[in-house]
Design a protein around this ligand. Structure first.
Ligand code: PNS
Length: 177
């Protein structure tokens, strides 16, 4: 039987609960799902590629058919290189549709046998985006429930490096004063 590998490409800066919701849905319908982080030298991301990869790996460790990778160049070329036959993308609202349709049709023009599959995240994430999470975190608002705890902690460390110093080292006993 044919096994279907899909890629889920994106910037993931940072990964959110909406991304995780889509990964969970994708892992249910594809045999293999590769979360593919774009290496984009033009963008100045908040999190390095290494940090985003580490966060996504931690977030997806319970999904046995999900892996995380990075790529540059065209998404369709990367998909071909790893033998993927589908691209997974999320659509939250009508506003996403035009951009996603344009990208899907352009990818189809470039590689006609690669299908784009759209899935909808849970309604509670329909207003969620990495851009808004970055903005809220940078301006000191609460991002509780919008990103996994691990990402929330990494965002806090980014915004306030002193926060990292205050955290107890696991397993290390606090000295009595
Ligand atoms: O999370 P994003 O930023 O919405 O993801 C956009 C992404 C990475 C899927 C898109 O920019 C992309 O595919 N870039 C790779 C270059 C490419 O293939 N461009 C042509 C797209 S039709």
């Amino acid at each position: 039987m044919k096994r279907v590998t899909a890629i889920y490409p994106g910037s993931f800066d940072p990964p959110t609960n909406g991304h995780l919701d889509l990964i969970a849905r994708g892992s249910n319908i594809f045999d293999e799902l590769v979360v593919a982080i774009l290496r984009n030298p033009e963008k100045d991301p908040l999190f390095s590629l290494h940090e985003r990869r580490a966060m996504l790996e931690a977030m997806t460790q319970d999904y046995k058919n999900v892996s995380v990778d990075t790529f540059d160049g065209l998404t369709v070329n990367y998909a071909e290189k790893i033998g993927a036959s589908a691209i997974l993308r999320g659509i939250r609202a009508i506003s996403d549709y035009e951009y996603e349709l344009q990208m899907a049709l352009m990818n189809r023009k470039l590689r006609p046998n690669l299908e784009t599959v759209f899935m909808m995240p849970a309604e509670k994430y329909s207003y969620l985006s990495s851009r808004l999470v970055r903005e809220i975190a940078q301006l000191g608002g609460s991002i509780e429930g919008l990103v996994p705890d691990l990402v929330q902690q990494k965002l806090r460390e980014k915004m306030d490096p002193a926060y990292k110093m205050e955290q107890p080292i696991p397993g290390k006993k606090k000295r009595k004063s």
